[in-house]
Ligand binder design. Sequence first.
Ligand code: SAH
Length: 350
Amino acid sequence: MKKGKKDIRALTKEQLQEFFVGQGDKSFRGTQVYEWLWGKGAHSFEDMTNVSKETRQMLDDNFVINHIRVDQMQRSSDGTIKNAVKLHDNLTVESVLIPTKKRTTACVSSQVGCSLDCRFCATAKLKRMRNLNPDEIYDQVVAIDNESRLYFDKPLSNIVFMGMGEPLMNYKNVLKSIEMITSPEGLGMSPKRITVSTSGVPKMIKKMADEDVKFKLAVSLHSAIDEVRTSIMPFNANFPLEDLREALEYWYAKTKSRITYEYVVWKGINDKRKDVEALVKFCKYVPCKVNLIEYNDIGDETFKQAPSETTDMYIDALERNRISVTVRRSRGKDIDAACGQLANKSEVVA
Ligand code: SAH
């Protein structure tokens, strides 16, 4: 990026309109340029054919348009696609396209690395380098939408913020990206098809509820016992389950939107009856469903997937208590694209 020039996509529509008014132009010019930058995906000011040459030059003197670049694309034997995405400062994040019969889902990253330290997650082994900007999140979605059309003959249908990073530790930019993904100038997608997944940052969950957001919330729970949860997700010591519970009750009271709990069952960690009972109890606080995720090995001896009898014990107990439960099979394992496996491996030189 040239020094001194601002990333034009960091501006809101209103800021862009104000910029043009400040230049003695009409605010409408701001709207025009905004549409080029987002919905039409312009990569250069030259592309903006309904804007005068002088204006395009003036923009070029003041701003840059940053875009991500899909550096490497890998395809799994099950159809899953993983993109290694280069950012303008040469850092890399990964995003994943997960196709099923009915839908295609984009799994996008919100940070380079991660702020948190979940022991079972490969991304946590990377240092958190920086937050992604709204346009960098948006561009991941656009790239996957294009791949979905190209390889599966249909547009992207769903988005999950389950790639690298903790979305609620990059709150402002994640919300801004969703605003663009859902706005008519952007991709015009319904917020109901977007899920933000968090390890559970109570203060931010409440803030989100206050802002009347319309997307869905998933919480990576993995244990409903503080001691166990802290041992596998150390930040839980600062945000204990009681605070999480209170935030989730607040979220539901405001949004009336059911929460999904993501949960992996590990051998020797959360495979006892008391773990199951604690989860059932936690599930009764707020309307929810449980998504049992298959563990993807990241080469740590401490974590091994529990046998199916243990998972069945969870399913039985949840169903008996009328809590809806689904088992999510892992996708894209052979290319390290499954949950918790995103670690920029293509970059690591042995
Ligand atoms: N930071 C956010 C989003 C990223 S993780 C969050 O924690 O929700 C996306 C999901 O994958 C989370 O539910 C996470 O707990 C889970 N996960 C992490 N490592 C995993 C692994 N090795 N196997 C299976 N799931 C994993």
